[in-house]
Design a protein around this ligand. Sequence first.
Ligand SMILES: Cc1cc2nc3c(=O)[nH]c(=O)nc-3n(C[C@H](O)[C@H](O)[C@H](O)COP(=O)(O)O)c2cc1C
Length: 197
Amino acid sequence: MQDPKILVIPGSLRTGSHNARLAALAAKELTLAEAEVTRISLEDFPLPIYDADLEAKSGPPANARRLKQMVEAHQGVFIVGPEYNASITPLVKNTIDWISRVRDDGEAPLAVFKRRVFALGAASPGRFGGMRSLMATRQVLEIGCGALVIPEQIAVTNAAAAFDDLDNLKDAQLASQLRTVVHRLIEVVRQVAWVEA
Ligand SMILES: Cc1cc2nc3c(=O)[nH]c(=O)nc-3n(C[C@H](O)[C@H](O)[C@H](O)COP(=O)(O)O)c2cc1C
């Protein structure tokens, strides 16, 4: 198999986002592990809040189709998103909801999720590190969309103080945990490619 293609999606648009920082570090580690990485910003794919009337009138927006194509072009997806009120953020949920509504001719429902491997990360200034957001996102992807989400994940607590000047994680254990997630994602992508070949 060629180098696995991994899409990295930071789940925050905020200037100075901790999750965007963690996503950038994940992308760096993935590249060091010889993956072919694309890191996007959801700022480039603005979407309205999902509305069934809007969908009935004009179908999923062009950006939902573009995002689905981005996902399709990769074998693995690493989503790094914040926690809002102990759950997934509207941005990440809305993005997944719209992608789940894009269906090409003859395509089975949610096929784009079922043929890819997902990994999750979160960063929070709080003491749970976005753990509850990770749980909610896992539920949406696994149970809602039928995706394979690897069990390894990373939750960065006290995120405002977690990175050094070079944007690396200061805590050696957390840094090692991120590398574990990255290597496991690549390993499972390779295994799935082998089974499907
Ligand atoms: C509406 C709202 C709810 C939040 N709820 C939580 C929460 O439940 N747990 C948590 O750890 N942080 C919570 N936060 C704080 C976010 O983790 C913090 O704003 C974080 O910096 C957002 O991620 P970002 O830096 O990537 O933009 C909340 C923030 C907002 C705006």
